[in-house]
Design a protein around this ligand. Sequence first.
Ligand SMILES: [Zn+2]
Length: 131
Amino acid sequence: MLIVPEYFYKETIDYVVSTLPIEACGLLAGLDMEVSRVYSVHNILNSPLRYSMDPFGQLNAMLAIEKLGLELLAIFHSHPQGPDHPSQTDIREFLYPGVLSVIVFPDGESWNMRVFQINAESYEEVKWKLV
Ligand SMILES: [Zn+2]
């Protein structure tokens, strides 16, 4: 189960809202499955339907995570127009086995997220908890 403190949940949602209508993306890091850092990374595709993390921004975030002695727990991205689960492209292009995928999506007036483990051909939902 992924543990997401409210502060970092809000930081993630705020970032997702700030990039609208473009898909947002970034990294969630922490220890023992508890998020303690959010790294936003520029979506170089500037698309409302697809994302690709800026390689330099992603590398900087990975180096910062390593320097802090944290683990990369999840890669997040938003689906401003849904769906609330990984797309075929997300499954096909996922490069990080063992790292969770967080999808942030609009839910009524607000936003929500779901967590997945993407495998070679599909995905499984993983529980998460707001603390
Ligand atoms: Zn996606």
